[in-house]
Design a protein around this ligand. Sequence first.
Ligand SMILES: [Zn+2]
Length: 317
Amino acid sequence: MILGYETIISKIVDATEISRQDIESKIEQKLKDLQDLISREGAAHIIANELNVKLFDATNRSLKIAQIQPGLNSVNIISKVINVNEVRTFQKENRQGRIGSLLVGDETGTIRLVIWDEKLIDLLKEIKQEDILKINNAYSKQNNNFRELHLGSKSQIIINPENESIASVKLTNTSNRKQIKDLVASDFVEVFGTIVQVFEPKYYNSCSVCNKKTIQQGDLFNCPEHGSVPPKQTPILNIFFDDGTGNIRAVLFRDQAAKLILNKEGFEDIKKEVLGKQLILKGKVNNNEMFNRIELVVNNIEEPKPEDMIAEMQNDV
Ligand SMILES: [Zn+2]
């Protein structure tokens, strides 16, 4: 966005209460210092910067959802609510927190809003489907393949602002989602479904440095790369995953298995934790020649997103 000279001056005056005359003489001086190598607007920009005046405030940066790139600060959008999700609580170290989330869209696409600020989370109770939201001062992130807009303590939500509307929402799906019945070997996909069966986890001794499987020789555990290492008990978990179109055996190693098992010990407790869980599994479809079947080797698991819930609701209809 390009701002005119006059706009910049008046923004500096508003923000600093320095007189217009003084600002203009600073700009003149800057032009002289830089030997007229920059424009008057350019010099005004520099002065604003030196005086800590933000020229692009909230109201100047309203983006369409399709324009949101990861890593932007102070993003503003006008959007329509597609779905408000239940607020989740989480435990991180000694801290308990809440996360709110909703799916919103505009004429160019959809995006997930993730809300960290407690006051804004409280505001979620007043938000319903079809509401128009003006979001100010959010920041954008990339989470797996999805862009997200995060709202913290500096962010703002205005519900149904006057004179704002969204004609129609373009529903975008940016993932390589497939149904289980359509999977073929060497696909790299994500599937959304439910864990319907779980097998007792197996553990092996891995290298505590690189996580590769170690070879046991007497009392010693040898990593091909790191030599004799203290071994680490590492789980492998096999499950059956069903999405309503079919089911597939999925194999989870190390971190992914640990994410599911959490700290549960004992097969009964693990079953209780894992069975019936709705998840997104991402990974590669492998052909297991020994058993003549395909399997999903999982390299990431995720909690379902609002998009998934909507898709599922539509499937049910
Ligand atoms: Zn190693």
